[in-house]
Design a protein around this ligand. Structure first.
Ligand code: ADP
Length: 587
């Protein structure tokens, strides 16, 4: 239906072009145009004459909430205010920004106005001269992703006055995209489901084995030992994760997720943001930290800026929670040049700023060359297909319609196996029963990522794989689920349900850059460690900006555990440090 409306609008535009060869001077017109957004058409209405854009309204759109929606909200006003289509794209929402601008150009053209009139440099608003401003707080936090928001809430609970800086126009970072869950051991939710065999020790061992023993054992132990308390703390702020499942590379069920099956990242970012708002925590969006201020070897604040200000932020403690560098190809390729042409699932703000800022004040880094490929990335949009799909029963098949690996082995092993298949890709196969139990699966279908068939034969044809081989693969798999034994590849989890409920679905996937395991060296108190092996006073770090927790390969569900556990520790310790510290002026 939406497509039909859009087609009608385009037809009306074309008619307008034919009927409207030129515009009388000063004549104001209203016209509509269409641009291609992240999820369908973005329809925009423009009111303008030959020299002025008076109004821009987005009439129709289905852009991602919290990302594209920011462009929908802000860009029209900026274009009208500057009378220019050349305004900067909203950071992180380039596709939506481009869609809006394309639609405006189409609308203007259809109304007989040359869009070029609004694309000159003179038409672009003059750059604003920045004003210097000094702010004071107890704890300044760089980054409002999972780690930063957790640390902010925790530090505030401990009585600190907190300021959070976020360089993007929205909070959430990569955490917003986490789709699976949070690994935890020894929780009351496991107990409620009768899971007695997956304790802290097993969680530590699985994490160390998954990370090829490269992990920092002390950090892993801290994460596992504090995971149950962390999940209870989340419940205490209104974010329970009561559903328990297994994830790739684990021997037991640690993965905790929301009751309604919704993706964990968006759920936690929303709940943490709500709590931060309730506590009156100030989060400065579009504000980039650029440098750590030091006094006598201790961190005492940061320099930051936004479009209008250069800030000096004096603080008693600094927490770096600025995420990884999975969107910084230059930095990644300096460690692994073969990644140059890979797609990345990372948000554009994942550029490793915190790591570079920390190095500039003498911090050590660890495992920087450990960059994870995730095996199930839909290449057309770099959209990650959650590991939870396989935990709930999905399987992987190759171009020949056959399984080729233990689908729930560690991410690096599955990615490597995929790259060895014809074309270096695979299909993830699931059924209607799985869709009925997983919101993400339904979203993938809505977004047009899946091909479908009422029978295995029809699905094989839609995938263009050998029909007989695929039907045999599915029958063999369903039998393995029934007997609980995967004779081909030894998979032993995510086998509660078979794949026998029509219709059937397949998404074509391949490996994509997902997580940077390396980063700033910290101790178990989240204190940043220098290249000399000493604590840098006043400087704390948590989340993907740090290294050591995941070693050579991160297990699905451990990023969330990492940011909640170490975000809490950083928040509490930075608040305690700030309470004890003398007020020190910025250098
Ligand atoms: P984590 O899981 O460790 O919290 P995320 O990627 O979820 O990591 O969040 C990190 C956040 O830090 C992102 O929202 C990112 O935009 C933000 N960020 C990165 N660099 C800076 C910077 N220089 N100043 C302010 N915010 C930053």
């Amino acid at each position: 239906m939406k497509k039909l409306i859009s087609l009608a609008i385009v037809f009306a535009m074309m008619l307008a072009i034919c009927l409207c060869p030129g515009l009388a001077e000063g004549e104001k017109v209203t016209a509509t145009g269409v641009g291609q957004g992240i999820d369908g058409d973005v329809v925009v209405q423009v009111e303008a004459d030959a020299t002025t854009i008076y109004d821009v309204q987005v009439l129709e759109q289905n852009e991602t909430e919290g990302i594209g929606s920011v462009a929908v909200e802000k860009l029209p006003g900026e274009i009208v205010a500057s009378n220019s289509i050349l305004v900067d794209d909203i950071s992180g929402a380039t596709v939506t920004s481009t869609a809006i601008k394309t639609a405006i150009r189409e609308a203007l053209t259809s109304a007989g106005i040359d869009p070029a009139a609004f694309e000159t440099e003179q038409a672009k608003a003059e750059a604003v001269e920045k004003t210097a401003e000094t702010l004071d707080c107890d704890v300044v936090i760089v980054g409002a992703g999972g780690a930063g928001l957790t640390a902010a809430v925790r530090a505030t609970q401990e009585g600190a006055k907190v300021l959070v800086l976020e360089k993007m126009p929205f909070v959430g970072g990569n955490s917003l995209k986490a789709s699976g869950g949070m690994n935890c051991a020894g929780t009351k939710f496991q107990e409620a489901e009768g899971i007695t065999d997956s304790g802290v020790q097993e969680f530590i061992e699985d994490t160390m084995n998954g990370g090829h023993q490269l992990n920092d054992l002390a950090l892993v132990t801290t994460m596992a030992e504090n995971s149950a308390e962390a999940v209870e703390w989340l419940e205490s702020i209104g974010a329970p994760l009561p559903k328990v499942a297994a994830t790739g590379g684990t021997t037991h069920k640690y993965l905790h997720s929301p009751e309604d099956g919704s993706p964990v990242g968006a759920y936690l970012v929303a709940k943490l943001s709500e709590e931060a708002e309730k506590q009156g925590i100030e989060i400065m969006l579009n504000t980039t930290a650029t440098e750590i201020l030091m006094d006598n070897g201790a961190a005492v604040g940061v320099k930051a800026n936004d479009a209008e200000h250069d800030y000096t932020i004096n603080a008693k403690a600094v927490i770096l929670a600025s995420g990884g560098f999975g969107a910084n190809f230059e930095l990644m390729c300096s460690f692994n040049p073969s990644l140059a042409n890979a797609v990345t699932t990372n948000h554009p703000g994942a550029t490793g700023d915190g790591i570079m800022m920390a190095e500039a004040v003498g911090a050590a880094t660890v495992d920087m060359e450990q960059i994870q490929l995730h095996p199930t990335v839909y290449q057309a949009t770099s959209m990650l297909v959650s590991e939870k799909m396989r935990s709930l029963g999905a399987i992987l098949v190759n171009h020949e319609g056959k399984r080729f690996t233990n689908d729930l082995a560690t991410r690096d092993a599955v990615s490597a196996a995929e790259l060895e298949q014809t074309g270096g890709y695979a299909w993830i196969i699931f059924d209607q029963n799985l869709v009925d139990h997983n919101k993400s699966a339904a979203q993938y279908i809505e977004q047009g990522m899946a091909v479908t068939g009422e029978t295995y034969e029809a699905l094989a044809e839609a995938m263009d794989v050998d029909v007989a081989a695929f039907v045999e693969t599915m029958n063999t798999w369903n039998e393995a689920v029934k007997t609980g034994e995967d004779k081909e590849f030894g998979r032993n989890n995510g086998m509660d349900d078979d794949l026998s409920t029509a219709p059937f679905y397949a998404i074509q996937i391949a490996p994509g850059i997902h997580h940077t395991m390396g980063g700033i060296k910290i101790d178990t108190d989240t204190e940043v460690i220098s290249t000399e092996g000493a604590v840098i006073p006043g400087l704390f770090a948590a989340g993907e900006t740090t290294g050591g927790v995941h070693g050579g390969n991160r297990i699905g569900g451990n990023a969330v555990c990492d940011f909640v556990v170490f975000g809490r520790i950083a928040g509490a310790n930075a608040a305690a440090y700030a309470a004890a510290a003398e007020v020190a002026p910025a250098a």
